[in-house]
Design a binder for this molecule. Structure first.
Ligand SMILES: Nc1ncnc2c1ncn2[C@@H]1O[C@H](COP(=O)(O)OP(=O)(O)OP(=O)(O)O)[C@@H](O)[C@H]1O
Ligand SMILES: [Mg+2]
Length: 390
């Protein structure tokens, strides 16, 4: 099973510039999570902080009982071996062929024989669809192949945690979907914990179990995919629809005057871009036929059903709808639009206790202090009730 990553109150600045503060979230073991956020919100800095390449100012990042932020160099070196990282550009060595690139971490971090290394390298090249390309140099292959080679290299140490920075950059939509499929297949085979940082709305909508979003130096939300995909929070909604209409601007600071002026423009009929209000929860992609079942997805069902009553109603509905009739019976829930089973006159189970609850405090952080008009109640629903929060 992949490792759990527990992040508490993580804060990072460079000099006087705070990048993000008080980020608190848990990456559940073996689940796939995506972190969204406009450019420059510190997503890459977040990944680098998780592997100890950057030192946060405050907070914790716990992996198997080790706090990456404060541990010794030796512990950090050991804990880093749990990670496989796919950098934005693949970060391959240009003068080495794919075989040597993929073999590199094994030669660097293990004492394995060349025969053993060969077996592992060919296995990972096969897994990422690169069998036969081992003699090619990175400069001789396409961007999509470079990404896959980067992934093959990230996998050779059998990581428990896989971090991916912008897997879609430089890839066409079809190749992006192929690499998304590969992530889910790798997750099914390895049960590793995934965190993928991306701008890609399609990927965010269809791949992960959990979604999070960084904006204006805060973690706006982090939770089950159904929560963000049905959220009315303006910044989340705007991002997932790729529109100009909302708090996110061309630069980080979109002030209230700009928002009002743009609002008037859109109300007068100017196209706000993006897709027209895509709402609802699309079906999640699954591992390819022949792959094992995703254990992370199975554990997630139990996990999410335990917190169901704390989730917003729309997310509850989405989660219940995603269950098979057998699972609905097992958890004692049924979809709102369906009649209750004949022998069940009084509705029981978490839906009966539905209320406009808050997400668990470890899954939500503060909404950024924006000037965007909010509907009443939305702030309360999402604001972090924890110490030092609201
Ligand atoms: N080593 C560094 N020293 C100083 N500032 C840095 C450093 N690395 C990143 N930054 C700053 O941190 C901020 C966040 O950068 P980061 O690369 O994490 O953004 P991002 O969300 O990944 O953006 P993008 O979506 O464009 O990749 C930027 O303002 C950047 O200039
Ligand atoms: Mg980045």
């Amino acid at each position: 099973m992949g490792a759990e990553v527990v992040i508490e109150g993580l804060t990072k600045s460079f000099g006087r510039q705070t990048i993000w503060r008080d980020v608190t979230l848990t990456l559940p073991p073996g689940e796939v999570s995506v972190m969204l956020g406009p450019s420059g919100t510190g997503k890459s800095v977040f990944l680098k902080s998780m592997i100890g390449l950057l030192k946060p100012d405050r907070g914790k990042c716990m992996i198997n009982g080790v706090d990456i932020v404060r541990c010794s160099e030796h512990k950090l070196y050991e804990t880093r071996k749990l990670f496989g990282v796919l950098f934005q550009d693949g970060a391959l060595f240009g003068s080495m062929n794919l075989y040597d690139n993929v073999a590199f971490p094994l030669r660097e971090h293990t004492k394995k024989s060349e025969t053993e290394i060969r077996r592992i390298v060919f296995e990972k090249l096969e897994m990422t669809g690169l069998a036969g390309a081992e003699k090619k140099l990175p400069g001789e292959i396409s961007g999509g192949m470079r990404k896959r080679a980067g992934l093959a290299r990230a996998l050779v140490l059998d990581p428990e945690i896989i971090l991916v920075d912008e897997p879609d950059s430089g890839l066409d939509p079809v190749r992006t979907t192929y690499i998304s499929q590969l992530f889910l297949d790798v997750n099914a085979q390895s049960d590793a914990t995934f965190l993928i940082v991306t701008h890609n709305i399609n990927l965010a909508r269809t791949v992960p179990d959990n979604l999070g979003m960084l904006f204006r130096k805060e973690l706006v939300m982090f939770g089950p995919r159904e929560v963000l995909l049905t959220s009315e929070e303006p910044v989340v909604k705007q991002f997932l629809n790729g529109r100009m209409d909302g708090p996110i601007g061309m630069s980080e600071e979109k002030d209230s005057a700009t928002i009002a002026a743009e609002r008037a423009m859109f109300e007068a009929g100017h196209h706000a871009g993006g897709v027209e209000e895509v709402t609802g929860i699309p079906e999640q992609m699954q591992p390819a036929p022949g792959m094992p079942e995703r254990m992370g997805a199975r554990r997630r069902k139990d996990r999410v059903m335990k917190i169901l009553h704390n989730l917003p109603p729309e997310a509850q509905e989405g989660i219940i709808d995603s269950l098979t009739p057998e699972e609905q019976a097992h958890y004692g829930v049924h979809p709102r639009h369906a009649a209750p089973p004949r022998n069940q006159t009084v509705q029981t189970g978490p839906v009966a206790q539905r209320h406009r609850g808050q997400l668990p405090s470890d899954q939500v952080a503060q909404i950024p202090d924006g000037s965007w008009p909010r509907t009443e109640g939305s702030t309360e629903r999402l604001r972090n009730p924890g110490p030092g929060g609201a």
